[in-house]
Ligand binder design. Structure first.
Ligand SMILES: [Zn+2]
Ligand SMILES: [Zn+2]
Length: 427
């Protein structure tokens, strides 16, 4: 059977529109719409047969029941749905009416073609409506992670425009102690602020154990600027609540759900956040990031650099301290899960590397040490020994009690590569 014979068979099944006819041959040639394929075949058959050419009104088509005449209409509805929303990329998904899907199979079977000859109704719909959306809105199709995902339900006659999240990357410094990284709901009232009808005593009715958090300073402002419905804060690890985060700061990503604005001025955002935080925290290097940056921030192996104020139980000489720090430099530390760490976490012995340890004494009982170590190294325990659970430790080597009285993180950097890789930014 030639392609013209197949086309004649298909067309003979009843009124079949050009698009539905051409769709059975969608894998033939390039640069044509299915409607162009269908019309050309119909013309070629008429010429070959030397019969009058009979155009078919799309509305009369028994296969798509006229839906192939509505590409423009659907595209206009999609464009209207994002009229006041900022998007650069889109993707279209179509839920085909079950009856049309059955008709497509009947059409092919009737002409002796495979059930899946050419392409599906919904594939053509996605492409044809998509092209028109692109023209109407000046946006581009993106099959991976578009800014907006349209879902056309032909039978229900509805469209959904799902806005995908937008992401802002940056680094934060925490300049005051007792600020957690993320909002910390009160455990007594589960964050509601109430116990029954009474205000919760434990948190004073705020619903939070700490009034301020890094997330609380940053996320609401980003959400406001991007006009989203919800924000999530993703940090590259976290420091203790009572530790400062200094130096180059800690990488984070704020994710904004269903943002209506994406092309925001990150420099102005940075200024706004820092003005509102009023010295409690600072952010820098804000940039628009891709979806993949969330996982990068959470999963990239990072080394940490700490500065700890240490108090000793006995007098320590500078010579002893330097010798102990030399011994720790390059050492592999065995750490059994510390007591203070979440007890739901499995207790295991982990090994972590100390890359560098330096320090100096203020007096015989007080000093400051700086430790650069592998991610996951517990610094308070490295100093104290955690009653023998961490080995070796500063206290163990010096053979005296040692405790961290103040801890600052001064750098969080990728072990093998920088967090700030251009592939993960949108600007
Ligand atoms: Zn049709
Ligand atoms: Zn409470």
């Amino acid at each position: 059977m030639s392609i013209l014979d197949d086309a004649r068979e298909l067309a003979a099944s009843g009124p079949v529109c050009d698009a539905c006819l051409g769709r059975a041959f969608a894998d033939r040639s390039f640069g044509l719409t299915n409607a162009e394929r269908g019309q050309s075949l119909r013309i070629a058959a008429a010429l070959d047969d030397d019969e009058p050419y009979d155009a078919v009104e799309t509305e009369a088509c028994w296969v798509c029941e006229g839906e192939c005449a509505r590409f423009d209409e659907w595209a206009e509805r999609c464009a209207a749905a994002i009229d006041d929303v900022e998007v650069e990329t889109y993707q279209v998904g179509t839920r085909a009416p079950p009856l049309v899907e059955e008709n497509e199979i009947l059409l092919r079977e009737g002409a002796g073609l495979p059930d899946d000859a050419g392409e599906l109704f919904k594939s053509e719909f996605n492409r044809e409506v998509g092209k028109r959306i692109g023209r109407l809105t000046g946006t581009e199709v993106d099959f991976t992670r578009p800014d907006v995902q349209f879902l056309l339900d032909i039978e229900a006659d509805t469209i959904e425009a799902q806005l995908n999240s937008a992401f802002v990357y940056g680094r934060y410094r925490k300049l005051e102690r007792d600020i957690p990284q993320t909002e910390w709901p009160c455990r007594e009232c589960d964050g509601s602020g109430y116990k029954g009808k009474e205000l919760c005593d434990y948190c004073g009715g705020s619903g939070y154990l700490y009034e301020e958090s890094v997330e609380g300073f940053v996320a609401p402002i980003v959400m406001d600027v991007m006009d989203g419905v919800e924000a999530k804060f993703h940090g590259a690890g976290r420091e203790d609540v009572d530790a400062l985060m200094l130096g180059t700061g800690r990488p984070f990503v704020v994710e904004i759900m269903e943002p209506r604005r994406r092309n925001i001025d990150v420099e102005q955002l940075e200024g706004d956040v820092n003005a509102m935080a009023d010295g409690a925290i600072e952010v820098e290097g804000l940039r628009l990031a891709t979806y993949d940056m969330v996982e990068r921030v959470k999963k990239l192996d990072a080394s940490k650099q700490y500065r700890a104020a240490v108090e000793f139980d006995d007098d320590v000489t500078d010579e002893d301290l330097q010798a102990a720090l030399d011994e720790l430099t390059g050492a592999t530390i065995k750490q059994y899960t510390p007591h203070r760490v979440d007890h739901r976490r499995a207790s295991i012995t982990r090994t972590r590397q100390v890359y560098d340890a330096t320090g100096e004494l203020e007096d015989a009982r007080h000093g400051t040490v700086e430790i650069h170590g592998e991610g996951g190294l517990y610094i308070k325990e490295l100093v104290s020994g955690d009653e023998g659970r961490t080995n070796p430790s500063l206290a163990g080597i010096l053979d005296t009690g040692a405790v961290v009285t103040a801890l600052d993180v001064i750098a969080v950097e990728g072990e093998d590569e920088s967090f700030e890789d251009d592939d993960f930014f949108k600007d």
